[in-house]
Write a protein that binds this ligand. Structure first.
Ligand code: ATP
Length: 258
């Protein structure tokens, strides 16, 4: 069944009034569309779902592969109170998505700092949080989830990806959209009152690389290798190198098993 505002709202029940959901047949990137709507004053809870995304974005301008019917691609605008610290928001979102995936029967997923959802070591989804220019307490939360692996996905990306459904499974994508929005509502409310510290224990319970040897790759410096000790209450990655724990806050880093 195609994505539909009516179907999702029906499944959201009373929580439907917290969201304003718009399904677009096609757009360049749901984050780009929602960022401009946010700048024009769109309310908190605005959701843009795209059946087709022609220029889906990952971090650092990397491409996110999706195809109509196979991929969930959407963005949610959330406006926080002025005293909310945004640190750790994309990690908090990962917890909400993981909880939703469990509820829709997609099984246990794991989280990779800062923004990937993994299943059996492969990427099932990604998160891209962008702050709205000129409105520092508003965030556009972009999420891509593979319902099935998109047809046009290059072989090298396919080799490290996975999807909710096996090839012939049938699943109503509206169930997944509704579950993710409901879980995000709970997670974002908890984030708004307690910051990432309130969600960190759950994040740690889902952490894919706890106490594992990892490498951190950056475009700007040599790889760093150490033991991954999870994240701090501000969302910083904790990397133990020669017995000392370093805090890494930059999101411009890719984590790999060493
Ligand atoms: P990495 O996962 O390599 O650490 P990253 O977290 O920095 O990368 P993101 O910007 O989050 O990467 O996502 C973009 C990358 O994810 C792409 O470069 C590609 O390797 C991979 N990718 C793109 N589309 C998908 C998809 N639908 N499913 C899984 N992985 C994808």
């Amino acid at each position: 069944m195609p994505a539909s505002t009516a179907a999702i709202s029906d499944k959201l029940g009373i929580a439907a009034r917290r969201f304003d959901i718009d399904v677009l047949a096609s757009c360049d990137s749901t984050n780009a569309v929602l960022l401009s709507r946010a700048e024009a004053g769109a309310p908190s809870g605005t959701v843009i779902i795209a059946e087709e995304q022609t220029a889906g974005r990952g971090r650092r301008g990397r491409q996110w592969f999706a195809s109509p019917g196979d991929s969930l691609t959407f963005s949610l605008l959330w406006r926080f109170a002025p005293d909310t610290a945004p640190a750790g928001l994309s990690l908090a979102v990962g917890v909400g998505v993981a909880n939703a995936l469990l509820k829709v029967g997609a099984g246990n997923t794991a989280l990779k700092w800062p923004n990937d959802i993994l299943k059996d070591g492969r990427k099932l989804g990604g998160i891209l949080v962008e702050l709205v220019p000129g409105a520092p307490h508003a965030a556009v939360i972009g999420i891509g989830i593979n319902l099935r692996l998109p047809a046009g996905m290059p072989e090298d990306v396919r080799a490290t990806s996975t999807a909710i459904c096996a090839a012939n499974d049938v699943m109503d994508q509206n169930d997944v959209y509704a579950a993710v929005l409901l879980e995000l509502l709970a997670t974002l409310e908890s984030f708004a009152t307690g910051g990432f510290a309130a969600i960190r224990p759950e994040w740690m319970a889902h952490h894919a690389f706890q106490d594992a040897a990892i490498s951190l790759l950056s475009d700007f410096s040599a790889p760093r290798t150490g033991i991954c000790r999870g994240v701090g209450s501000d969302g910083a990655l904790l990397l133990e190198v020669d017995g000392r724990v370093e805090r890494i806050l930059s999101g411009e880093i890719s984590l790999r098993p060493a």
